[in-house]
Design a protein around this ligand. Structure first.
Ligand code: FAD
Length: 539
């Protein structure tokens, strides 16, 4: 029987171990885990801190005993792999309880050691906490129990935002510090704006475009000179693949700092596989190496290497990096590339924004979803999508991630047959609507200007017409816009300024109708994409 040693007993490692057992009853499977726990729910840790998950035991999804009983896996906790000899095919293991070391041989080795939170050099940095595993969580919970009243969370990525929300839930005064000028840098700025407002409304102080210069007892100092109270400082500015063991073993490390693997998860040594946060992935858009430290890929790739070891023909699908996060009453989700990244890479793209209801407007409880789709103007493939709203966001982004995986074009989204009844959606689902907008752009039925292109278009001489009602215009308008409501546009066409026209409404839909009406009158115009809602979010 084949002997497989697995380093890391959580997402990737344990997926590989259990799948392998299901495929091969004879295999000898040894899992080495440095920590005291295996198969714990990293993703649940912030919610345990916030008291949403009440029982600590709920985080421990499996125990070594249960894994032994059901899967006959030799699970060794507090056992650290300290060296790998790829020539001899052995691992040196340190028993952290006794301090003793021994050698374990393998036919196949799977590395799933995860990633480490990045902690920068900083005066006083030894005082900061990070959140990666159950013991980190126990330490932070200890601070809360000891009466911590204030917290500074550094980094407004997924984990930072989740931690900030949950520390607020526990009643702490929380400041969230982020170097970028926006929260949740994976989203584009205009999509992240409502999330910043939601965090503030939830009582989280935001310090954007700011970094820490020093950590002191009970406070931190920011680079604008401000001191902020902090009984607890949590560093969440990203993770680095944990590659020390692999590097020392002579395995190839890729351009992004993760372990290099092929499409079967095999490293530069044919007997060694690597998965999860420690391993590089292939990006679905560029084909280049990338890092996607998310649980879905760690789990799927754990299963995939078990299949590969069992001799099955498998090949990892390139990664799109689909993710979702709760921000108090809102949800934000994204898949594929964002506009910032497309622009930085010099890729051609077309963006579209819409703000449809989460379900039919006449059924109680509907709320708007801000939805953004990016597609390739040449081959029309979907490059990425982002959504923010109180309800129905995860579903729309998952459909769009599936559309990307299936190779649908943006206009083809218009033609998806999606489930509908009033409590759940609309007969034209938001995803369908995005496809219709794409189709109108591709067929040149519509021409749009983005929120960040508006000033340049007006500087070039275009006049802006607000086709919303007078009441909407009075509540908030783009400076200098002429207000002619859509329903009066035919009759008041003579009042339209000469020259190039830009129209806008609240979300883009009435603007589209205005464009068609004006086209019928022989006037060429462009619509402000996403309307006033997207423009104002971008300010
Ligand atoms: P891990 O699950 O981290 O497991 C690695 C294990 O290897 C660790 O237990 C470590 O102790 C052990 N190890 C390392 N080196 C050695 C060694 N030399 N010897 C023995 N053992 C070793 N992802 C999502 O998709 N959605 C979420 O909502 C989400 N929320 C998260 C929230 C938090 C607070 C954190 C920390 C992560 C979250 N993630 C989320 C990310 C997700 O948890 C990871 O992508 C996933 O766990 C990676 O799996 P992995 O097997 O690579 O590493």
């Amino acid at each position: 029987p084949v002997k497989v040693v697995i380093v890391g007993g959580v997402a990737g490692g344990m997926s590989a171990a259990t799948r392998l057992r299901r495929l091969d009853e004879q295999a000898q499977i040894v899992v080495l885990e440095r920590g005291a726990h295996v198969s714990y729910a990293n993703c649940g840790l912030p919610y345990f801190l916030g008291g949403v998950i009440e029982e600590r035991d709920a985080l421990l999804v499996q125990t070594p005993e249960a894994l032994r009983a059901r899967f006959r896996i030799d699970v060794r906790v507090r056992s650290e792999a300290v060296a790998v000899d790829t020539a001899a095919r052995t691992v040196t293991v340190r028993d952290l309880a006794s301090g003793e070391e021994y050698t374990e041989s393998y036919d196949r080795l799977v590395l799933s050691p995860g990633a480490r939170p990045f902690v920068p050099e900083l005066p006083g940095v030894e005082r900061v906490f990070t959140l990666r595993d159950v013991s980190d969580t126990d330490r932070i919970a200890g601070e809360l129990a000891a009466g911590a009243r204030s917290a500074v969370v550094v980094g407004a990525g997924f984990i930072g935002v989740e931690a900030a929300e949950n520390l607020r839930r526990r009643g702490l005064g929380v400041t969230l510090v982020e170097l970028a000028g926006q929260v949740l840098p994976p989203l584009d700025a205009e999509m992240a704006a409502p999330l910043a407002a939601e965090l503030r409304a939830g009582g989280v102080e935001l310090a954007l475009g700011t970094q820490l210069t020093e950590v002191r007892d009970g406070e931190v100092v920011l680079d604008d000179g401000r001191a902020v109270p902090a009984d607890l400082v949590l560093m969440a500015i990203g993770v680095r693949p944990d590659v020390e063991l692999a590097r020392a073993a002579g395995l190839a490390i890729g351009p992004r700092g993760g372990i290099t693997v092929d499409e079967r998860g095999r490293t530069s040594d044919e007997a060694v596989y690597a998965v999860g946060d420690a391993a590089e992935k292939r990006d679905a858009l560029s084909g280049e190496s990338t890092l996607v430290p998310l649980a879905n890929l760690a789990n799927r790739h754990g299963r995939l290497v078990a299949d590969a070891i069992a001799g099955r023909p498998v090949s990892a699908r390139p990664a799109t990096g689909t993710a979702v996060v709760q921000v108090f009453g809102l949800t934000a989700a994204a898949t594929g590339w964002n506009e910032k990244r497309l622009r930085a890479a010099g890729r051609r793209y077309q963006a579209l924004h819409l703000h449809p209801g989460s379900h039919a407007g006449y059924y109680p409880g509907a709320s708007p979803i801000a939805l953004k789709v990016l597609f390739d103007p040449d081959d029309l493939s979907i490059l990425g999508a982002q959504a923010v709203g109180a309800d129905g966001v995860d579903k729309r982004v998952d459909v769009l991630a599936t559309a990307i995986a299936g190779g649908l074009t943006a206009p083809e989204l218009a033609d998806l047959e999606l489930a509908y009844a009033p409590p759940y959606g609309s007969a034209k689902d938001p995803v369908n609507m995005a496809g219709m907008i794409a189709e109108n752009l591709v067929t040149r039925t519509d021409r749009t200007v983005q929120w960040h292109e508006l000033d340049a278009a007006r500087a070039a001489g275009a006049s802006l017409v607000d086709v919303r009602t007078a009441a909407e215009h009075a509540r908030g308008a783009i400076p200098g816009a002429v207000n002619i409501p859509l329903d009066e546009l035919r009759d008041r066409a003579a009042e339209l300024p000469d020259g190039d026209l830009l129209v806008h409404c609240q979300v883009g839909l009435r603007g589209h109708t205005a464009l068609r009406l004006l086209a019928g009158l022989g006037r060429d115009a462009a619509n402000l994409d996403g309307g006033y809602a997207t423009w104002s979010a971008g300010q």
